[in-house]
Design a protein around this ligand. Structure first.
Ligand SMILES: Cc1cc2nc3c(=O)[nH]c(=O)nc-3n(C[C@H](O)[C@H](O)[C@H](O)COP(=O)(O)O)c2cc1C
Length: 214
């Protein structure tokens, strides 16, 4: 954390940034951000992740093209114009990462979940197992992404956690030369926030989301 940066201020002031200045994050900044993901908690400390920092504009464009292709495919399967328009509204929302100076692909690597196998052997159905077992691997990825978003903010950078582009996950794997077992679960755009006004997304009140049981 930079000198003078207060942890609670980082939590309170981080907000999603979708428009970036020209500044390209340095290798030290990239390392600092990904190191914060490395230190995140993970279920049974599996650390079943890797993080690919993409600065290359051609790769980002290929990924965006794959997302648009996927939306075309989805739209072609829909019957009404209203549904097609609905899909089209997602296109820009899912591809603006081409304008981000840095894009981090968040990759979940394969981890054999011991308890899942045990429950299968004990003859529980897939639905029963799903009800008993939240996806701890994926939850671990969330902690890592949030660490990176907060670290970016502490470094004076902004970020946007993106899941919408993951509709093109199969193509991302090919573009990024990933193994079949790897799963791209999120993208994180990072850069210096552009000098434009941005409002904070409204948040629910604490009393509406909190319960204390004494
Ligand atoms: C799991 C997850 C997925 C998200 N996916 C997208 C996305 O695909 N595109 C996008 O523009 N923002 C995406 N966001 C950002 C949210 O829209 C944003 O966090 C929310 O509006 C709250 O704003 P704040 O981050 O400024 O508090 C995502 C956030 C999370 C946590």
């Amino acid at each position: 954390m930079k000198d003078g940066v207060n942890f609670f201020e980082v939590i309170k002031n981080r907000k999603t940034v979708r428009k970036f200045a020209d500044y390209i994050p340095t290798e030290d900044e990239i390392k600092e951000i990904i190191d914060s993901a490395r230190l995140a908690p993970s279920a049974v400390n599996a650390q079943n992740w890797k993080f690919i920092a993409i600065l290359n504009a051609d790769i980002k464009q290929k990924m965006a093209d794959a997302v648009l292709e996927k939306y075309d495919e989805i739209a072609s399967k829909l019957e009404t114009q209203e549904e097609k328009d609905g899909v089209n509204r997602f296109r820009g929302h899912s591809t603006f990462f081409t304008h981000a100076p840095l894009l981090i692909a968040v990759v979940e690597t394969k981890y054999p979940a011991f308890l899942d196998n045990i429950l299968e052997n004990a003859d529980y159905s897939a639905d029963e197992i799903a009800a008993m077992r939240p996806d701890s691997q994926l939850l671990s990825m969330g902690g890592a992404v949030e660490n990176m978003a907060l670290t970016a903010h502490a470094l004076g950078l902004g970020s946007c956690w993106m899941v919408a582009p993951i509709i093109a996950e199969a193509a991302f794997k090919k573009i990024l030369n990933l193994a079949d077992d790897d799963k791209v679960v999120s993208l994180l755009t990072i850069g210096k926030p552009a000098d434009v006004a941005s409002i904070r997304s409204p948040k629910k009140n604490l009393e509406d989301i909190m319960q204390i049981i004494k």
